[in-house]
Ligand binder design. Structure first.
Ligand code: DC
Length: 466
């Protein structure tokens, strides 16, 4: 979020990426005390929706840090407001203040102790609230977390969620997050003090907003909280993919329906596939059927893919596959045109399917991945969805022209989120390599899970036959 009232000025640091996030045209407001799971839920929901996410607590923390650095008294309303008004503030995955990355510096005990005082000043709040509203206007919606989002900043938010959790559980989470050795009692005491202050201040105290759904997360895992929040979202029809035309849907449903019938496909964790926004589907590759089988997990979205350029030798065939999402790639050379097309797809909030293994492989290991998926993800800020497919190697083995009607299990992994690299937009090789490794590990895990699901299904079948 850059200073100023104009909506464009308020685009956050990863501005380029945020601009490419799909406008969802509604706000999801997430409020709650510290350690209730707001940030985990907010980033999970943003990945699911393919939209932008704003952590407003980080904005108050950035002001508190600047106040501390300037030696200003945090209770001096006028001086603190002047700091808040003058800061060049970028809050994205990284937090940048006046060009400096303060992502880690705003999460220290000193800032914890100061931030509630800073956040209690009415004028500081109205400055930051103005920036928060500009951000949402520029993004055309998004997921916003804080303490007063559903009550003050966006009282008309389409979805309002208020998270709570037992105090001891919140203290445990906060201590784990900070990796502090401090006894849980100390963390709990600081947390309780801050909550009491935030809840009793006169300016926008922490309250359950009117119309909010309260979720007590004390005994819920992060995926359970996410699933509960997803159930509260507006119907997917209102977030329709414009590329998902009737003609495309007809052929897709026919092909997927046939595949499902022949291979008795079971899709596990289909809810992990984002409903809107750009993302990359990255399946393991053991068979020519993998494209179709991965398609069983992606509903209501058109999937774009690279196809070997030879296909376009037949103009008719070229036209046909192009209408169904294909674009040409020259193999064996670095094809910049194809890469640019792929970038355009995700930049325009489309779905791209890429096989990081490049060609069909054999065996349970996932290795030697191409780095294209990670590069695109980091460049465009879109998540990668790893997909494990078990049984496709038997359904149509490498070298075989025939299909065998065996069972297939498809497991969708958790989204791998692109972490912002640097505000300049430069993508270091080390970041691409690290993300590729993260993808490799995730792919090996989902592939193993898919094989386990498949085995247990076969086992149950054998048992019921006996
Ligand atoms: O979510 P957090 O712990 O990072 O928030 C830091 C502080 O900022 C918190 O003590 C209260 C304040 N805050 C606020 O007053 N209003 C918001 N919308 C977000 C945070």
């Amino acid at each position: 979020m850059t200073e100023g009232t104009d909506a464009q000025d308020a685009v956050p640091a990863d501005g380029e990426r945020a601009r490419r996030a799909r406008p969802i045209s509604f706000v999801v407001a997430i409020d709650g005390p510290a350690g209730s799971g707001k940030s985990t839920l907010a980033s999970g929901l943003a990945a699911y929706l393919g939209c932008a996410h704003l952590d407003t607590g980080a904005m108050y923390r950035a002001v508190a840090l600047a106040v501390l650095q300037r030696g200003i008294d945090p209770t001096d309303a006028r001086a603190v407001t002047a700091v808040a008004e003058g800061l060049d503030l970028d809050v994205g995955e990284r937090v940048i203040v006046d060009g400096e990355d303060v992502t880690a510096a705003i999460r220290t005990p000193e800032v914890d102790a100061c931030v509630s005082h800073v956040a209690a000043h009415t004028d500081v709040r109205s400055t930051l609230v103005g920036r928060q509203r500009s951000w949402a206007r520029a993004q055309r919606g998004g997921v916003v977390e804080g303490r007063d989002i559903g009550s003050v900043v966006f009282p008309d938010a389409a979805v309002k969620i208020f998270l709570t959790a037992e105090e001891s559980e919140r203290a445990r989470r906060r201590a784990a997050e900070r990796r502090v050795a401090a006894p849980a009692g100390d963390v709990a005491a600081t947390l309780a003090r801050r909550d009491a202050f935030d809840s009793s201040r006169s300016a926008s105290p922490l309250v359950v907003p009117r119309g909010a759904v309260v979720l007590d997360t004390s005994e819920m895992s992060a995926p359970e909280v996410l699933a509960a929040a997803i159930a509260l979202l507006p119907a997917p029809e209102s977030r329709k993919d414009p590329e998902y035309t009737f003609g495309y849907a007809f052929l897709r449903n026919l092909a997927v329906g046939l595949a499902r019938a022949v291979f008795r496909v079971r899709v596990h964790h289909a809810e992990r596939v984002p409903q809107s926004g750009g993302f990359i589907v990255a399946p393991v590759h053991r068979s020519n059927l993998d494209f179709l089988l991965a398609g069983t997990a992606v509903r209501h979205r058109k999937m774009w893919f690279m196809a070997k350029e030879e296909v376009w030798k037949s103009r008719r065939l070229g036209k046909f596959v192009e209408a169904h999402g294909a674009f040409p790639v020259h193999r064996n050379i670095p094809d910049r045109v194809a890469l640019r097309r792929a970038e355009e797809v995700v930049d325009n909030a489309g779905v791209l399917i890429l096989f990081p293994e490049g060609t069909r492989r054999e065996g349970p290991m996932v290795e030697d991945l191409h780095e294209g998926a990670a590069y695109l993800s980091l460049r465009s800020g879109v998540p990668i969805i790893p997909v494990g497919i078990a049984g496709s190697d038997r359904a149509m083995a490498k070298g075989s022209k025939f299909i065998r009607p065996v069972r297939v299990d498809v497991v969708v992994g958790e989204a791998i989120l692109a972490r912002s690299v640097s505000p300049s937009g430069r993508i270091p090789r080390s970041a691409v390599r690290a993300m590729t490794e993260e993808l490799r590990v995730a792919l090996e895990a989902v592939y193993a899970e898919a094989r386990t699901c498949r085995r247990s299904r076969s086992h149950v079948r054998r048992m019921t036959r006996k």
